[in-house]
Design a protein around this ligand. Structure first.
Ligand SMILES: C[S@@+](CC[C@H](N)C(=O)[O-])C[C@H]1O[C@@H](n2cnc3c(N)ncnc32)[C@H](O)[C@@H]1O
Length: 226
């Protein structure tokens, strides 16, 4: 992965709780944060006593490199959001400025925790579709804003392989959102549900209490076979 292809942008623990319906019991599980990037989820959950490992290809870069890249992409990402404000629901965030402040605060929290988290192996360089973990090493794997969202860059087969790998390393997998960047339901969703149902794996959709990208109100839940 080249740094100039990366658009680091990260969410907070509060958003993860809402996107994935995380309850108190969930927060005490052994969690894999897949594609966590510069989200503050790991830093915040660790401070609360959580047991979490995040994987992302950007963890091959240094704190300074990620920080410089965030500074570079920030105006570009904000410009895109301002151009497309109608695609988003402005209730949790009252304005693009409010959104930008929240995201920067989350990413600064991540950066402040990054070197310590790397030393503690809480931030591990890794990429789907292959993860360097043992079978069922985790209770719960969460994947926010990577699978489905960037479907134009990854095939249905890539998605099936990636989700199969998440189900290999974790007893339960939750994925959000299920929309593509265009804001419409992913073209792969029905085929993926069908694929796992045929294997006898429990798979379903669950409503969540988070919506920023309009219509993104459900997550995919997959329970690994016993
Ligand atoms: C839009 S960000 C989402 C960050 C975080 N999950 C959140 O919701 O705030 C997407 C992340 O996917 C990561 N990514 C890109 N390719 C990946 C791959 N093959 N496997 C896992 N993650 C990948 C990127 O580096 C980036 O950090």
């Amino acid at each position: 992965m080249k740094l100039e292809n990366v658009v680091p942008w990260g969410r907070t623990l509060e958003e993860y709780q809402l996107m994935f319906n995380l309850n108190e019991k969930d927060k005490h599980k052994k969690i894999l944060g897949c594609s966590d990037g510069p989200a503050s989820f790991n830093a915040e959950l660790t401070q609360m006593g959580g047991d979490i490992i995040s994987i992302d290809p950007i963890y091959q870069f240094s704190k300074q490199q990620i920080s410089d890249r965030i500074e570079h992409v920030r105006p570009i990402v904000m410009e895109q959001i301002i151009q497309n404000t109608d695609d988003y629901l402005w209730n949790k965030f009252s304005s693009p400025l409010h959104l930008e402040r929240t995201r920067l605060s989350a990413m600064n929290h991540f950066l402040a925790d990054y070197d310590k988290g790397k030393a503690e192996q809480r931030y591990v360089q890794g990429s789907l579709p292959e993860l360097n973990f043992a079978d069922k090493e985790f209770d719960l794997a969460l994947c926010s804003h990577f699978l489905f969202l960037y479907e134009e860059h990854f095939s249905l087969q890539d998605h099936i392989q990636s989700i199969t790998e998440l189900v290999r390393v974790s007893k339960e997998v939750r994925i959000y959102p299920l929309l593509s960047l265009e804001g419409t339901q992913s073209n792969y969703l029905a085929s993926i549900i069908d694929h796992f149902e045929r294997l006898g794996t429990k798979v379903g959709l669950e409503e969540v209490s988070y919506e920023f990208q309009k219509g993104a109100t459900t997550m995919l839940v997959i329970l690994a076979n016993e």
